[in-house]
Design a binder for this molecule. Structure first.
Ligand SMILES: [Zn+2]
Ligand SMILES: [Zn+2]
Length: 244
């Protein structure tokens, strides 16, 4: 492209004020709730100006990469629609994404977290550690167990770890969470389906001895003991056998 065909952008100034003074002539009505105030940054309008700068590759003036402007109005990035929420404890402005981290707010969060957890404990089915369902789980989970993300296989281990890090008269937890587990399993039908995709159309129907293959797969999978994967869940609470 030659210099003569380059057309420099035409600068226009948008008369934003006359538009805004017309639509805003009655101001903006806001029904503020307790712990809310108009945003200081946008004076409660919810607006701010941004600038999308740009350049043109055929611009003969190479002195600046992005010499041109496109200013426009966007939502204020410091508030929600002109209003900021205040912490109900310290009255400080809350950021748009984070809760306040003042001591009282943190304390309140702790209380709510504890209440949610208590609700889970209350709802859970309670089992003794000697119960068959509990024994079959093979693994248990508790935030009071300091290793292995709280997963442990034996209550002796759990009690030993707890006693190592607590004083004898510290209040003891009563329950830990149960787990569910899944192990490697292979399905003969799925494998044959997949592996016969490129074979002739009756190939799948002509396969014999599927049951034999499934039996072999089951036996083989049962030897892969180290694939068993445990998930903590909140259905069962297992009583810790402190007295045994
Ligand atoms: Zn604002
Ligand atoms: Zn606060």
């Amino acid at each position: 492209m030659t210099e003569s065909t380059f057309e420099k952008p035409v600068t226009v100034i948008i008369d934003a004020l006359s538009y805004l003074s017309e639509v805003l002539k009655n101001g903006l009505k806001k029904d503020l709730q307790k712990h809310q105030k108009p945003c200081d940054d946008c004076k409660g309008t919810g607006l701010e100006i941004t600038n999308q700068i740009y350049g043109m590759s055929d611009d003969p003036d190479k002195s600046k990469l992005f010499p041109y402007d496109n200013q426009y109005i966007i939502s204020c990035r410091h508030c929600h629609s002109g209003v900021v929420n205040l912490c109900e404890f310290c009255n400080e402005k809350l950021s748009r994404f984070n809760d306040c981290d003042c001591p009282d707010a943190l304390h309140e969060k702790d209380i709510q977290r504890a209440a949610r957890e208590q609700e889970l404990w209350d709802k859970a089915i309670k089992l003794e550690s000697s119960d068959d369902i509990a024994k079959k789980m093979g693994m248990y989970q508790s935030d009071d167990y300091p290793y292995n993300d709280g997963y442990f296989a034996s209550f002796d281990e759990f009690i030993e770890a707890w006693e190592d890090s607590h004083e004898p008269d510290d209040p003891k937890p009563i329950y830990v969470w149960g787990t569910r587990s899944i192990s490697l399993s292979l399905n003969a039908d799925d494998i044959l389906d997949r592996e016969s995709e490129d074979l002739h159309e009756d190939a799948l129907d002509n396969i014999e001895g599927k049951d034999e293959l499934q039996k072999f797969l089951d036996e083989w999978c049962s030897k892969q003991k180290w694939t068993t994967t445990y998930y903590g869940e909140n259905n069962y609470a297992i009583r810790i056998p402190w007295d045994n």
